[in-house]
Design a protein around this ligand. Structure first.
Ligand code: NAP
Length: 244
């Protein structure tokens, strides 16, 4: 593997924001170890690795980290992009659905950190957790998603303080509505998708959704050496949504 290139583990790399983050790190010359649930990653290049599995399964997380380290050596950056978005009014949500949201958005990230942090290079490294604008503010109909993403922010802040003496920085990205397959599918499920898209855009001060590459650029900043004195920060990438 190339000399000073970062060894980067990216979860949720098979789609949307995670795929765009992989593209951004690839452009920087990083060594990529990617994971998602589907069997293949569409943009994988020679020399990169993709391992498919469910991060809710701690045995898979352990295997993932072991394979990444045996492939590349110590990890420099961990970017946790995986997650599950779901709607549901508080009183209509079954306990099982609530647990699923907590597992997919927060507890699985805990597992990744538990197993991967000990494998970070001795001199330090960087971690980015992808939360959401909805980890910072509530909206009706997504209470358990916001609870999970808010919890993820505190997982990141706590880890930042605990790991700072080892020069491991932990920051949290809080994207706004982003044009990924998950969001696009939701828009297309409405009877008038264009009208619904315009309605959602009108709630954002910049009056448009984010492109995955715009979100990936900010995540790349937090997940590379460029942000060397920033830790425990929450960076909204949301067109002004949480400033309003
Ligand atoms: N798009 C937005 O507007 C938006 C806004 C704020 C925050 N976010 C957050 O940004 C992240 C990415 O969102 P996205 O829109 O890019 O979603 P997406 O296109 O649905 O991609 C989600 C990714 O997470 C993986 N994943 C989901 N559950 C997993 C599990 N249990 N184990 C392993 N991998 C799992 C998926 O793998 P497979 O597809 O292979 O199954 C996929 O790679 C999520 O954490 C989301 O909450 C998104």
């Amino acid at each position: 593997m190339s000399g000073s290139a970062l060894n980067v583990l990216i979860t949720g790399a098979s789609s949307g924001i995670g795929e765009a983050v992989a593209d951004r790190f690839r452009a920087s010359g990083a060594n990529l170890f990617l994971t998602g649930r589907r069997s293949a990653q569409a943009t994988l290049r020679p020399g990169e690795r993709y391992l498919a599995g469910d991060l809710n399964d701690e045995a898979f997380v352990s295997q993932l980290v072991d394979e990444a380290v045996s492939e590349f050596g110590p990890i420099d950056s961990i970017i946790a992009c995986h997650g599950l978005q779901a709607d549901g009014a508080l009183t209509d949500t079954e306990l099982g659905q609530a647990l699923e949201l907590l597992e997919a958005n927060m507890l699985s990230v805990f597992s990744v950190l538990k197993h991967a942090v000990p494998k970070i290079r001795a001199g330090g490294g960087q971690i980015v957790l992808v939360s959401s604008r909805l980890g910072l503010v509530g909206i009706p109909g997504q209470v358990m998603y916001t609870a999970a993403k808010g919890g993820l922010i505190m997982l990141g802040k706590g880890a930042a303080v605990e790991l700072a003496p080892r020069n491991i920085r932990v920051n949290i990205a809080a994207p706004g509505l982003t044009e990924t397959p998950a969001i696009e599918a939701g828009i297309q499920s409405h009877s008038d998708p264009d009208a619904y898209r315009a309605q959602r855009a009108a709630t954002i001060p910049m009056r448009r959704l984010a492109k995955p590459a715009e979100v990936a650029e900010a995540i790349y900043f937090l997940g590379s050496k460029a942000s060397s004195y920033i830790t425990g920060a929450v960076l909204p990438i949301d067109g002004g949504y949480t400033a309003a």
